[in-house]
Design a protein around this ligand. Structure first.
Ligand SMILES: *[C@@H]1O[C@H](CO)[C@@H](O)[C@H](O)[C@H]1NC(C)=O
Ligand SMILES: *[C@@H]1O[C@H](CO)[C@@H](O)[C@H](O)[C@H]1NC(C)=O
Length: 454
């Protein structure tokens, strides 16, 4: 019981210390003795798989491996691995783990939700919050005594570090964690499973702009870019997953990635036969590399990127990718338009950037390579949100593709039937009390296109 008390004290005291004096620093606590695959509550990437954080269901592991579904939270102390056959993450109970069973005994039935391997200050805080919830409900004398004990445990971080070391727990900075993950991934003695787990963990850290730039500074970014060359589809997939996060809205990293050959490698993967899941993540990485970076867009066109995307969209069974491709094109077209508009309005944009945008000859290439027809045909997709994206894109390409659209009898038939469908749906919506609903908006887009093409 004494050891448990100390541990509780450490958790509480360290949380307060972090909150009070290290608001912005990120620490993670790692137990070096356990090198098993970790990774539990972290959600799959943002734009990638959209999960509703509100429906975080808790998974109850047994002593057998069981598949973990997206959005499920794993209780502390579970062992998680990636099944390379199915691509599913699997969970079971950690077998002999004294550290863990001690924690469990701490509060009968009320678990502290922290992983045996990695804790962030956030984990500690939420573990503490949960613990306090429980504690308030039964404020016994025993609890008060414990509280007093905890208060005596407020100590400087250096002292805490020593205590953690005694418990075989060290404090690592994000930078140290990334170096460790890159070494794991780069090491020829790591198994495939370990490499993928390293990339998966890395993705979490490089969402932060500073971390992604640090990754660059010690050569880790290039190691991950080279991972796109791997002969293992899963390595390609998870390298792209981490890169997509690192590139996102991070110009410094985007520049280095283009210099490091990321663009060619991503396009090669999209142009060759690969599992759909790998292509999805590679397309995601390509999007974050191109967005708001006209130089990369220019290189993309030079490397024949539009032809690669066209083949991708025309493959069978890739509708999901087709909608993402169309969305990317829409983003690129409108981005350039906004750059022009902004320059006109403010005269404050850096003229260099505008010049770069002017060298991106996207619209003529789109027209020449048959994208007017491709986008028009995609309007036949059954999902409303896919149609919404396609309608947006048709609008953005209108000036370029008007004559193609006018001469396309299939397109006008589709538009007329969509108009009828959305009139009915918008009427229902209106009756339900929504006067600026989703279907009404779609109806507006369909009608104005019809108007334009008349
Ligand atoms: C990755 O491994 C190679 C060869 O094993 C080595 O030369 C290189 O320095 C390593 N890179 C990093 C960033 O650790
Ligand atoms: C990666 O593959 C490309 C061809 O797909 C090749 O040109 C390049 O040299 C390879 N790079 C590395 C680092 O192996």
């Amino acid at each position: 019981m004494a050891r448990l008390g100390i541990l509780l004290g450490l958790l509480m005291a360290s949380c307060f210390t972090f909150c009070l004096s290290h608001k912005n620093s990120e620490f993670a606590l790692t137990n070096p003795e356990k090198s098993s695959t970790k990774e539990t509550e972290r959600k799959e990437s943002t734009a990638e798989e959209e999960l509703d954080p509100k429906v975080l269901e808790v998974f109850h592991p047994t002593h057998e491996w069981q598949a973990l579904h997206p959005g499920q939270a794993v209780p502390a102390g579970s062992h998680v691995r990636l099944n390379l056959q199915t691509g599913a993450r699997e969970v079971k109970l950690q077998d002999e783990d004294k550290f863990r069973s001690n924690l469990k005994g701490l509060k009968k039935g009320k678990r502290l939700d922290i992983d045996a391997n990695t804790y962030t200050s956030q984990d500690l805080k939420s573990a503490l919050a949960k613990f306090k919830e429980g504690a308030e409900m039964e404020s016994s004398k025993e609890d008060k005594e414990r509280e007093a004990k905890v208060k005596r445990l407020f100590r400087p971080i250096e002292e805490l570090k020593k205590d953690f070391e005694e418990l075989n727990v060290v404090i690592e900075t994000d930078m140290q964690i990334m170096v460790r993950l890159i070494n794991k991934f780069n090491s020829s003695s790591s198994s495939l499973e370990e490499k993928i787990a390293a990339l998966f963990d890395l993705e979490y850290y490089v969402h932060q702009m500073d971390n992604a730039q640090d990754l660059l500074s010690f050569g880790g970014l290039q190691v991950v870019i080279n991972g796109l060359n791997s002969t293992e589809p899963l390595v390609k997939e998870y390298a792209a997953f981490a890169l997509g996060a690192a590139f996102s809205s991070n110009p410094k990293v985007q520049v280095e990635a283009v210099e490091g050959g990321a663009l060619q490698k991503l396009l090669v993967i999209l142009a060759t036969e690969q599992p759909l899941t790998a292509k999805k993540k590679v397309l995601f990485a390509l999007c974050s590399l191109l967005r708001h970076f006209p130089y990369a867009q220019q290189q993309f066109l030079k490397l024949g990127g539009l032809q690669v995307l066209r083949s991708l969209v025309q493959e069978k069974g890739t509708e999901v990718l087709a909608v993402r491709v169309v969305t990317l094109l829409y983003d690129l077209v409108t981005e350039k338009m906004f750059a022009e508009e902004e320059a006109e309005l403010t005269q404050e944009t850096s003229p260099e950037k505008l010049q770069q945008y002017r060298q991106v000859q996207l619209l003529p290439d789109l027209r020449e390579q048959g994208w007017c027809e491709i986008t028009a045909h995609l309007l036949a997709l059954p999902e409303h949100d896919a149609r919404e994206k396609v309608l947006q894109t048709l609008g953005a390409l209108l000036a370029t593709c008007r004559d193609h659209y006018r001469q396309d009898p299939q397109l006008s038939r589709t538009l007329v039937s969509l108009q009828a469908e959305y009139q009915a749906l918008a009427a229902l919506e209106l009756r339900g009390g929504e006067d600026d609903g989703y279907f009404r908006e779609l109806l507006g887009a369909v009608s104005s296109l019809l108007e334009e093409l008349r």
